[in-house]
Design a protein around this ligand. Structure first.
Ligand SMILES: Nc1ncnc2c1ncn2[C@@H]1O[C@H](COP(=O)(O)OP(=O)(O)OP(=O)(O)O)[C@@H](O)[C@H]1O
Length: 140
């Protein structure tokens, strides 16, 4: 597997608790490199577009409200098999089901306030990265 890139969000619950550095340490310890990063406030429109795949789900409104409730840190991560590797490092969506040592097991508060997002496939990674970063903001 060649080097690939994935898109990450450190979500409002983690930014509010001032643990972005602790999460970045776990990302780096896993062998992933942070090749772009910025702190932003996501607009309601951006959150709705980003999570459009979940628009029919009962938790959609709650999810959008949460993602705009405070600043987030958006990132591009690079490494061997980065998409699958980061999902492994994040752990299961529901922190009570996440494996020991994963970001969500250690830091997430609930299935909704689960601290991090990571792309699930190369196609979505490319779309998500382009939604938040210009090419010249990514320095590999
Ligand atoms: N039952 C639920 N109640 C509240 N929020 C939920 C629920 N299920 C999922 N979510 C929220 O929607 C996000 C997207 O759900 P999905 O099933 O795609 O999980 P994921 O792929 O692990 O997470 P993400 O897309 O954020 O990386 C979850 O990370 C979580 O924040």
């Amino acid at each position: 597997m060649a080097v690939e890139r994935t898109f990450s969000i450190i979500k409002p619950d983690a930014v509010a608790r001032n643990i972005t550095g602790a999460i970045n340490a776990m990302i780096e310890q896993a062998g992933l490199r942070i090749v772009a990063q910025k702190r932003v406030r996501i607009t309601r429109e951006q959150a709705q577009t980003f999570y459009a795949v979940h628009s029919a789900r009962p938790f959609f409104g709650e999810l959008v409200d949460f993602m705009i409730s405070g600043p987030v840190v958006v990132q591009v991560l690079e490494g061997e098999n980065a998409i699958a590797r980061y999902r492994e490092v994040m752990g299961a969506t529901d922190p009570s089901k996440a494996a020991e040592g994963t970001i969500r097991k250690v830091h997430a508060k609930s299935i909704g306030e689960n601290s991090v997002h990571g792309s699930d496939a190369p196609e979505t990674a490319a779309i998500e990265i382009a939604q938040f970063f210009a090419g010249n903001e990514i320095v590999g």
